[in-house]
Ligand binder design. Structure first.
Ligand code: AIR
Length: 176
């Protein structure tokens, strides 16, 4: 699945279609920033040849950042990182069985020195942050995206301030 007609800048890769519900927040966030993306289901264990082929050609295909999500023994991000110089953002998925995503977190984050993966948090928070982190990388060379990022941060802060103001007003009212 590739969004927009222009060449995808970000590849969102996940180990299984069962990761899709969690990764939708990543995909939606990237789309919200207007980033062109491609979404793939590639398993480091079930389709290792496809994973290798993807990693070997990602840079030549114009991809700038790869987001790799997997659960359980989550070797997708690490195995891609070993084959491409592109920055890899790993998102540990919480599988339906096992130690609540800690398996995937350790598998993603504990890379040997020399082959880094930028690991996000487990699950939905990590999925959303992976998109924002990818945008932050792209924004270094894209002023329009940098402006969108500033606007996003401001809107986020404003929303929290508004909630706090509502809370303060409510507690003042209950004191009266
Ligand atoms: N997975 C798939 N191939 C290798 C790994 N580590 C992960 C998927 C998913 C979990 O295994 O990323 O989070 C369970 O996959 P499934 O397809 O059985 O639901």
């Amino acid at each position: 699945m590739t969004s927009k007609k222009n060449k995808p800048q970000v590849a969102v890769v996940m180990g299984s279609d069962s990761d899709m519900p969690t990764m939708l927040s990543c995909i939606d966030t990237l789309k919200g920033f207007g980033v062109s993306l491609t979404v793939r289901i590639i398993s480091a264990h079930r389709t290792p040849d496809v994973a290798a082929d993807f990693a070997d050609n990602a840079k030549a295909n114009g991809i700038k950042v790869v987001i790799a999500a997997a659960g359980m023994a989550a070797h997708l991000a690490g195995s891609l990182a070993g084959r491409t110089p592109l920055p890899i953002i790993g998102v540990p998925m919480q599988a339906s069985t096992g130690p609540t995503g800690l398996d995937a977190l350790y598998s993603t984050v504990q890379m040997p020195p020399g082959v880094p993966v930028a690991s996000m948090a487990i699950g939905k928070a990590g999925a959303k942050n992976s998109a924002i982190f990818a945008v932050q990388i792209l924004a270094l060379a894209d002023h329009t995206l940098a402006d969108k990022l500033d606007a996003f941060r401001k809107a986020q802060a404003d929303a929290v301030i508004k909630k706090d103001q509502a809370l303060q007003a409510k507690s003042e009212k209950s004191k009266a």
